[in-house]
Design a binder for this molecule. Structure first.
Ligand code: NCD
Length: 325
């Protein structure tokens, strides 16, 4: 359930039937299993509707402001597509150097400006905590689309929906996260989410890119089984979900250090031969070299389907925070 409360007055119905109306989405910690089941059900309906009619008018007249201070292909375009498929429209600010940010405007002021024109704000920003700051400055709902090395909650939700659709359940899975677990914000959110489902988590990373100790501690406190490894070989055979991440070049201060770890892992046909037949390979994308192209034709490669699931989840989230689901 949501932690903060904004816009408590509903246009119709009541709080019990639309609990996310007017709420921010900042961290995956806001979500319970019950919330996730609800999101999966709404996302599934969105999928059926898109397949049946393509676009429909659930959010007609509503406007989304897409505020991106960091590069994005999938997140920004899937939020834009989600809004348009629901009949709404989008203000896109992805070149902040052409906006008043370049004149020195603060984040709270930029957000206060955009909420005069839009009904919901999606923000990606390089600093941890920036989405929470934006949310505190706005009356309208704010959705975190990645705050530096912090969290990326909507990615974790679409990752979970992918697992749900591909494997039928999230219960008791063995999830192996591979790559840059230090700077990769998607794994920070996903590890927390999977902890709700009794997952066993394997973290495979180079020494300098290990999962942050505070996340391991947090999940240990919840009784989650976790183990760290330097190679995937010992765990690939028991893995249900192999979640691969890119080494986050932009977070390194030193290019030489980046070069020393950039090619640490490559998922290839040989590794896939040692994996379960029902395993899925996921990646938030973009990939650089960490999954070999030869894996793309393997039916277990779910990373392209994962992008499409993202559209349905973002449609569900927009409908929820705007009081229409
Ligand atoms: C991810 C991100 O921005 O954190 N991309 C995405 O949203 N699909 C992963 C990444 O950039 O490596």
């Amino acid at each position: 359930m949501p932690v903060s409360s904004k816009n408590p007055i509903l246009p119709f119905g009541d709080q019990r039937t639309a609990p996310w109306y007017g709420q921010d989405i900042i961290s995956i910690k806001q979500f319970s299993r019950q919330d996730l089941e609800y999101i999966f059900a709404v996302a599934h309906e969105m999928r059926v509707m898109v397949e049946r009619v393509g676009t429909f008018d659930l959010l007609k007249g509503k406007i989304l402001a897409n505020l991106f201070y960091e590069p994005s292909t999938r997140t920004s375009s899937s939020f834009a597509a989600a809004m348009e498929r629901l009949g709404g429209s989008v203000i896109s600010i992805n070149e902040v150097r052409y906006s008043s940010v370049a004149k020195g405007e603060s984040l709270p002021d930029t957000v206060r400006t955009l909420e005069c024109y839009a009904d919901v704000i999606v923000i990606r920003h390089p600093e941890v905590g920036s989405a929470a700051i934006a949310a505190a400055s706005a009356q309208k709902p704010v959705i975190n689309a990645g705050d530096g090395v912090g969290e990326h909650p909507t990615q974790a939700l679409l990752d979970a929906f992918t697992i749900h659709e591909e494997l039928g359940s999230l219960e008791g899975l063995t999830v192996t996260m591979l790559g840059d677990l230090k700077f990769g914000r998607t794994v920070h959110s996903l590890a927390r989410l999977m902890s709700l489902y009794g997952a066993r988590l394997h973290y495979v990373a180079p020494e300098i890119l290990r999962m942050p100790a505070e996340i391991i501690r947090e999940l240990k406190g919840k009784g989650v089984a976790q183990a760290e490894h330097v190679r995937p070989d010992g765990v690939i055979g028991e893995t249900d979900v192999l979640y691969v991440t890119r080494v986050q070049r932009e977070r390194f201060e030193n290019e030489e250090v980046y070069n020393s770890v950039k090619g640490a892992y490559v998922v290839d046909a040989e590794l896939m031969r040692r994996a379960k037949e029902r395993m899925i390979v996921m990646h938030p994308l973009p990939r650089v070299n960490e999954i070999s192209n030869e894996v793309d034709s393997d039916p277990r490669a779910a990373y392209f389907r994962q992008m499409e699931y993202g559209l349905y989840v973002r449609m569900a989230l927009l409908a929820m925070v705007l009081g229409k689901a």
